[in-house]
Design a protein. Sequence first.
Length: 141
Amino acid sequence: MKKACCFCGHRDTPESILLSLEQKIQYLITQEQVQQFYVGNEGNFDRMARKSLYKLQQSYPWIQIAIVLAYLPHTREELSKDTLYPEGLENVPPKYAIIYRNRWMIDHCDYLISYVTRSYGGAVRMLSYAMQKKRTIFSLC
């Protein structure tokens, strides 16, 4: 079975963590044989994770990247070969869609890379859920 990793961090995560993030992803690919990466599309941390993954995919073409959507896309352009919309999410009220999507990612991963500096919000809830599920967590802060 393929090893997988997902990400959680604040929307306003500073660009200064980009190098550390890329190094941690590379470590997981080369040392832990992680092949599948699940990433959201909600803020700066997710954007930096996607940027790092696509850059590293050039050196490690076997890694698979799935941008996990919380909301059903309105247009065909919002879908790509890399997007994934978890089954059952269409039945979740929009207010809870991101929470459901985040739990889905944790349920389907072995590792989590996080940047959580506050004690409130969606990123801390996702981190807490990952701890409950006993995932291996790499913190960038």
